[in-house]
Unconditional design. Structure first.
Length: 589
């Protein structure tokens, strides 16, 4: 999940590297470092903590350099384990994102060969392997070093003699930005938005040579190739806070626009959806995207009649196909680079299973693996906690369900509801003070339950995750009917229960549930979308959201839960944009 950046050109590298690193701190912020070529050798700076806290007085002159922000996987959080790493002679510097599976064997081998290792990491070994194979041709040395590696990596190598960067990747993302006489390298496109608008996306096994004059050479299987150059669709205004206190709040407020932009993509319908019978559909995802998979299961099962099973991607095991055309995988990942999702997708694709990919990044690995790509138009998301990328995933899944249902009259009515959704969310955002007041009350507790029924259960799970992520408040989500089967033992005046109660077929049962909870002395917070007089009799706090169609009401309830979590985190003094120990794009297993 680490963030890597690189630059070679005519400008001073340090300000570019630091700015780019700040933009990818969502990939990890345990420590950071930069290496800059100064004409005599390599200047190196490494420090524990996020990049924006410690760079004010840093001075390093040079027009080529690399940088890294770390999420620790191998080796403790320490200055010595921070990147960049160098070889024995400090003539080669590298930054790396990924996991080297055979690092113990490589470490033993390099020590036996006389190399001096300065860190506990697997990444440092790459610098020493390049040193082993160096002989004037940096590209050849990097290729040979890569052949020794087992695992995932995106690596940038810099040699003090050549003023060139060599980039290679395997199952870990990297993007190359092409400027006027300069080249940029980054884990993700947001790092270089505003510097370039032309980019290339290397494939696994590609080796890219970035030269000091801004030219680029790409090699695959020993031969030089040409990669397609793509237009970068994002701009620098999308990666700033734009007057908001936090990225998370900004991105919550960007959801109406993101939903409108996503609707625009599918104004003429969706193509590539299954046309025949599909006996088994598996929706694979991790984290917040897994809650979107659960939403897909609820929608496609109840509204379309498909046999859909949501599964945490890291737990999925590909079996033998039951028959051609009978199985389908829906893979959901906001970045399109989630390692735990990509692995089973690759395995399923190898068996001939059709893949529908849902992602916010159309150039991502998931997009390239998918037979059908359903893109969301959330734009860049900087806060670690997903907000607009999640609700746009939900919208795409609701659109898919409407298409697959095939009821023209129903589709027309739903399209009207879909188009009204962004405006309804704007209404909610405009009068969010009552949510802020409820959050300030909730912030005084350390544990909470969140209950729902039917298609709102994924909303409860996402709300619980958000409270844990950004407010450090322990929250447990589940079906309302399950409270009586154990959790009732924990109810007291110190354990509030948040209940999601829309105007749907489950309303009566939900009111019964909160009545039972209140009878046991636990305070109740109710999220509702209609008349609440009966509910207010049992609830300490009531949050009302605008009413929309039942199939998409989970989206607007999710936005309310995001605001509740954000304001609760602020009240509890939590770093809502960068929760401890977390990273946004989980590209390691």
């Amino acid at each position: 999940m680490c963030g890597i950046v690189g630059y070679v050109g005519s400008r001073q590298a340090l300000p570019i590297l630091l700015d780019s690193l700040e933009r990818v701190t969502y990939r990890g912020y345990d420590s950071f470092g930069v290496a800059v070529l100064n004409g005599r050798g390599i200047d190196l700076f490494k420090q524990v903590g996020p990049v924006d806290e410690q760079t004010g007085s840093l001075e390093m002159a040079g027009t080529a350099g690399i940088g890294h922000t770390r999420w620790a996987t191998v080796g403790a959080v320490s200055r010595q384990n921070a990147h960049p790493h160098t070889d024995c002679a400090n003539k080669i510097a590298i930054v790396h994102n990924g996991d080297i599976d055979n690092y113990r064997d490589l470490r033993d081998r390099l020590i036996a060969e006389g190399h001096t290792l300065r860190s506990e990491t697997d990444s440092e070994l790459i610098a020493h392997l390049v040193e082993n194979y160096g002989g004037g041709n940096l590209v050849a040395a990097v290729i040979r070093a890569s052949e020794d590696l087992e695992g995932s990596y995106a690596t940038v190598v810099m040699d003090y003699k050549t003023r060139e960067l060599v980039v290679t990747r395997n199952e870990s993302p990297v993007v190359i930005g092409l400027g006027d006489g300069e080249v940029f390298v980054a884990s993700d496109a947001p790092a270089i938005v505003g510097y370039v608008d032309r980019v290339m996306y290397p494939e696994d096994g590609d080796v890219v040579l970035a030269k000091a004059d801004g030219s680029v050479e790409v090699y695959r299987d020993g031969a030089e190739i040409t990669l397609p150059v793509r237009k970068l669709g994002w701009n620098s205004s999308q990666t700033g806070k734009n007057g908001y206190d936090h990225f998370m709040l900004k991105e919550i407020h960007e959801q109406p626009a993101a939903l409108r932009d996503t609707l625009a993509i599918y104004a003429d319908g969706m193509s590539g959806l299954p046309a025949g019978d599909v006996n088994e559909v598996v929706a694979l995802a991790c984290g917040t995207s897994y809650h979107a998979a659960l939403y897909a299961e609820a929608l496609l099962t109840a509204d379309v009649g498909m046999n859909v099973r949501a599964q945490i991607a890291s737990e999925y095991r590909v079996g033998s196909a039951s028959g051609a055309g009978e199985r389908l995988v829906i893979a959901i990942s906001q970045s399109g680079e989630t390692a735990d999702t990509l692995n089973p997708v690759r395995a399923a694709k190898a068996q001939g299973t059709p893949i529908i990919g849902i992602t916010n990044v159309p150039e991502s690995s998931l997009a390239r693996l998918s037979d059908t790509l359903l893109q969301t138009a959330a734009g860049p998301e900087v806060a670690v906690a997903a907000t607009k990328t999640y609700t746009t995933q939900m919208l795409v899944l609701a659109l898919m369900a409407a298409e697959l249902k095939g009821d023209e009259q129903g589709i027309s009515a739903l399209q009207t509801e879909f188009r009204s959704l962004p405006g309804k969310i704007e209404q909610l955002l405009a009068r969010s003070e009552h949510i802020k007041a409820a959050a300030e009350w909730l912030a005084g507790f350390e544990n909470t339950f969140i209950i729902a029924k039917g298609r709102q259960i994924p909303v409860a799970m996402e709300a619980a995750l958000k409270l844990k992520e950004v407010a450090y408040l322990h929250a447990e989500a589940g079906a309302a009917g399950e409270l009586k089967h154990g959790p009732f033992a924990l109810l007291s005046e110190k354990t509030p229960v948040i209940a999601i109660i829309p105007q749907d077929e489950h309303r009566t049962r939900m009111i019964t549930a909160i009545r039972e909870i209140a009878a046991r002395g636990a305070p109740v917070m109710a999220l509702v979308d209609g008349e609440s007089e009966e509910i207010a009799e049992f609830a300490t706090s009531v949050i009302t959201v605008p009413m929309v169609a039942p199939s998409i009401s989970p989206i607007i309830f999710t936005v309310a839960a995001q605001l509740l979590s954000y304001y609760c985190g602020i009240e509890r003094g939590c770093p809502v944009d960068r929760p401890r120990n977390l990273a946004k794009s989980v590209t390691v297993l």
